[in-house]
Design a protein around this ligand. Sequence first.
Ligand code: CUA
Length: 364
Amino acid sequence: LIGSVAGAQVQDMPGGPKVNQLNLHEGVTAISRDIMWLHWMLLTICIVIFIGVFGVMFYSIWAHRKSRGHKAATFHEHLGVEVAWTVIPFIIVIAMALPATKTVVAMKDTSSADVTVKVTGYQWKWGYEYLDGSAAGIKFLSTLSTPRAQIENREPKGEFYLMEVDNHLVVPVNKKVRVVLTAADVIHSWMIPDFGVKQDAIPGFLRDAWFNADKPGIYRGQCAELCGKDHAFMPIVVEVLAQADYDKWVEDQKKKMAANADDPNKEWTEAELVARGEKVFAANCVACHQANGKGIPGSFPPLDGDKVVLGPKAEQINTVLKGKPGTAMAAFGGQLNDVEIAAVISYTRHAWSNAGKGQDPTVL
Ligand code: CUA
């Protein structure tokens, strides 16, 4: 994140590491401070060993050099030396392993959390769903705010760029937050250095981690597992709020969700569905399915020559719900509700016939 481009004019990360900072950044959780302490402890022990071993070696070479008339000693065994080089490293390893094991065990103890959030990795965004407490049911995606091309083509090049997302994960301060991680397509990894958290999100598995941030603020991380072409463009932003602010956020979020919720009894007209589908497409599909001059405006790959293959409707619904094995097409079944899926399918098929490709996308 910092100073990675040689010679670039980079700035300190707001509230984060300094550009000229060589050491780890001290975080805002007890675990991250434990990690910091372990890092110093291990580094100190290693430096002492280094100085001790090489000090003795160089001293011996110098002090007992041949020109001083020294001769090499020849002996076969020395019980004292053997006991010493067995016992001393054993004690050192135990001294390092005990506190490290204690921290690892504490990191894995996700019991009695105050807030539980399910985190899902997608190519290339994060999905958050609050599972319990006052926020239960709140669910949203967290996507890069600025298109990748715009970030890459920014001027001046190489300058520090803070990647933002549309929706932050919001949590209360001084509360144990358990994150339950999975992924919809490939392996991602949810990493927030300030929290001392890094946990892989693996399709078909649930893994958990936790943090308890003791300082309100905005904390940033990155997907930490190579997950495809936009791996570097799925930042993680967590906002830690005071309890009262968090409660207000929960309330606002619930109001917003209620306002946007679809009335289950609504009878949708074709035109309404198409209009809704255009928005769903823009929010979820355009990252891959971009207008590229081939096929219809806003073309919908897979492209077969200049033909766009949507397939029979049932097959297309299946593809949207479950993804397409062997391709980058992800499963949207867990991300989009029924209305959104119906809308996006109506929109794509409507766009198809509008582009003069005929009324029926199944006939190619
Ligand atoms: Cu997701 Cu890398």
